[in-house]
Design a protein around this ligand. Structure first.
Ligand SMILES: Cc1cc2nc3c(=O)[nH]c(=O)nc-3n(C[C@H](O)[C@H](O)[C@H](O)COP(=O)(O)O)c2cc1C
Length: 312
């Protein structure tokens, strides 16, 4: 099974991917969190920092676009191809209200004409592989067959399915029956995404779907950075490795964004990493209440000093 690291805005940044791939490895591919090209047809300095290949060493990276306009998306696809990328992913799943209100992300799932315009333009002009990361529908799973029929009209490199609707955000059970439907009816290979949090979850999934080629892991991999390595039979993360992940990433963020913003970015990661420690509730409360860099650093030091790792 191929295991890819899901895009996670605010978490799997270029700095994170660089440190993660060097320390833990194991993810077959990383998907970059979306960029949102505009009609300016210019990559911003932030987008270049995130996506320039020299800022993403030691990994196979797939950039992702969050776009409504086919013309803007195609411009970005071409720009990314010029940087050397061989595949670009289109985000058809972001459930955030500010995104869907603009008709982007999962918002496209309820406007079939806009979705078709986007896909027509991108697939007509793209010279690289285009994958789609989609949900099952906007409101209900009964929308999925028509969506899949639309996707089947294009040479989609891979359909990555987050097996929920937009209304379900990231909570509740995933719809395996819709994944079964996709496996039976999709022309493109289907990559499963949703709630595979641990090596045990992945083993159960692989046992239930022995012919399945690919899965994408998000929150589970953010909580346990060694998850991909464990899936290859490697050891769990050691305390020392987690400390290195924290220190290297914090140093990069502080240098790039200053102490307070560096701390804010690290807190995003720690909201997941703390799940790898037992009994972290008190430290979690203190860490997320504070705006003080010194107190944040004390919380990190206390977690490493006092809390057992779940697998210890
Ligand atoms: C904080 C956060 C940021 C995310 N950012 C993106 C994104 O930029 N692009 C995208 O396609 N999905 C994004 N997702 C969705 C994940 O890629 C993934 O589909 C989701 O977490 C479900 O997988 P999981 O159950 O393995 O976590 C994000 C999810 C979270 C929780």
């Amino acid at each position: 099974m191929r295991y890819d690291f899901a895009p996670m805005e605010g978490v799997t940044t270029a700095f994170y991917r660089r440190v993660h791939s060097a320390l833990f490895g194991g993810a077959d591919r990383y998907f970059a969190p979306f960029i949102s090209p505009t009609s300016d047809h210019l990559f911003t300095p932030r987008e270049l920092r995130e996506l320039l290949p020299e800022n993403n060493p030691g990994q196979t990276l797939v950039p992702q676009l969050l776009c409504k306009s086919g013309e803007d998306a195609l411009w970005a696809v071409r720009g990314l191809a010029d940087m050397g990328y061989e595949e670009v992913d289109l985000n058809l799943g972001c459930p955030s209200a500010t995104v869907t209100a603009k008709g982007k992300g999962a918002g496209l799932l309820r406007t079939p004409d806009a979705l078709r315009e986007l896909l027509d333009t991108v697939f007509a002009g793209a010279e690289v592989r285009i994958s789609l990361k989609s949900r099952l529908g906007y409101t209900g799973t009964e929308e999925f067959p028509a969506l899949l029929e639309l996707y089947n009209q294009y040479p989609v490199a891979e359909l990555i399915l987050h097996c929920r609707t937009r209304q379900e955000l990231y909570a509740g059970p995933v719809h395996y029956e819709a994944f079964d439907y996709a496996l039976a009816h999709s022309r493109a290979p289907v990559c499963f995404n949703g709630n595979l949090f641990t090596a045990e979850d992945c083993a159960a999934f692989a046992a239930a779907y022995p012919a399945q080629g690919a899965a994408m892991l998000g929150r589970g991999a953010a909580r346990d950075p060694a998850l991909f390595r464990r899936l290859r039979g490697g050891p769990p993360a050691s305390r020392e490795e987690l400390r290195c992940l924290h220190e290297e990433l914090y140093a990069l963020y502080r240098e790039a964004f200053g102490a307070v913003n560096g701390m804010r970015r690290m807190k995003e990661l720690w909201s997941y990493l703390l799940c790898s420690f037992s009994g972290a509730e008190e430290i979690r409360k203190r860490m997320f209440r504070t705006k003080d860099v010194g107190i944040f650093e004390d919380c990190v030091a206390a977690a490493f000093r006092e809390l057992p790792l779940r697998w210890e």
